[in-house]
Design a protein. Structure first.
Length: 319
């Protein structure tokens, strides 16, 4: 008997933005098991089951009201046109049972903030609304530079297409990189984007000959198995260390060292999932040098040791 797909319920509020509304159905709908079976069931609802206006020039009609929220394994709140008042939003999630995974895309984070779900927790939202968000919800540890934040049972993403990144991240977290990568290919989107939304904030246009840090990032990705210092990256980029660090933060939203560590972790995750190579060999191939170093970095980032991570995706594999 096949396993029942995980139910995802998308709540469309009045003024919902159509593009982001369609992301969960597209990404989760593309996630398939080894036999082609769907891994998620995606339902869309409104508060009363009636039509809602969108932020475009049309309305949408759904088949469900908010009672389906009670049976959801995951609830997704896409963005909508303001106002983002707490009075308007505080009751939107009253039908969600405790322990349900809740995700917001873009300004859908205002719903989570109004419900108190983000108090004392890390979160993000669209960079253009970050200031207003912080005024409304000062208890939230807001990071306006990242594409998404995974805080376990509550996840938030930045604007628009960052919802794709978040949904693919959840598929990857639930079922591993291979399933997520196949879903990305079906949707013709990149399975992983470097950096955060800091790279999309309005800035002066660079000179035409300026290629930024993209070439040195591509160069580093081909050499993850080797020791790479900040000085090495700067020399390859033809920049000073200070200039490279500044440009990395502008374009990628993080320091060169942090970016490099995340790429090494992603390489190690893929090797743990897709191969039976010994952990110490994977550590060397990903540039961590030793199994101890890999274990420390993986636990700091994902909260799990390499062997436990491998068991999640290779229960019958050789450890």
């Amino acid at each position: 008997m096949s396993e029942i797909p995980h139910r995802v319920v998308v709540l469309a509020l009045d003024g919902v933005i159509p593009f982001e509304l369609g992301i969960p159905g597209r990404i989760f709908g593309a996630a398939r098991g080894p036999g082609g079976e769907p891994l998620y069931e995606v339902l869309t609802c409104t508060m009363d089951g009636g039509p809602v206006r969108t932020a475009a020039d049309f309305a949408i009609v759904v088949d469900h009201d908010a009672t389906v929220l009670a049976g959801a394994g995951t609830v997704v709140i896409p963005p909508f046109a303001g106002p983002y008042s707490e009075e308007r939003l505080a009751t939107a999630l009253t039908g969600v049972r405790p322990g349900t995974r809740i995700m917001s895309i873009c300004t859908g984070s205002f719903v989570l903030g109004a419900a108190g779900l983000l108090d004392g927790r890390p979160a993000t939202t669209h960079w253009a609304e970050a200031g207003h968000f912080q005024k409304l919800f000062p208890k939230v540890d807001l990071d306006p530079d990242v594409l998404f934040v995974d805080d376990g049972d509550v996840l938030t993403s930045a604007g628009a297409a960052a919802g794709v990144d978040l949904c693919l991240h959840v598929v990857r977290r639930d079922h591993g990189s291979e399933v997520a990568n196949r879903a990305a290919r079906r949707c013709v989107v990149p399975p992983w984007r470097d950096g955060g939304q800091a790279q999309y904030i309005e800035r002066p246009v660079p000179e035409p000959h300026d290629t930024g840090t993209a070439p040195v990032r591509a160069w580093a990705l081909e050499r993850l198995d080797r020791p790479l210092s900040l000085a090495d990256l700067a020399a390859q980029a033809g920049m000073s260390v200070r200039t490279l660090t500044r440009r990395f933060r502008e374009e990628v939203g993080m320091s060169p060292g942090r970016w490099l560590t995340l790429q090494r972790i992603e390489r190690a995750r893929h090797l743990l999932e897709a191969t039976d190579l010994p952990v110490d060999q994977i550590a060397r191939m990903a540039g961590f040098g030793t199994a101890v170093s890999l274990r420390q970095h993986l636990h700091a980032t994902l909260g799990v040791a390499p062997i436990a991570y491998r068991r999640t995706f290779q229960p019958a594999g050789e450890i």
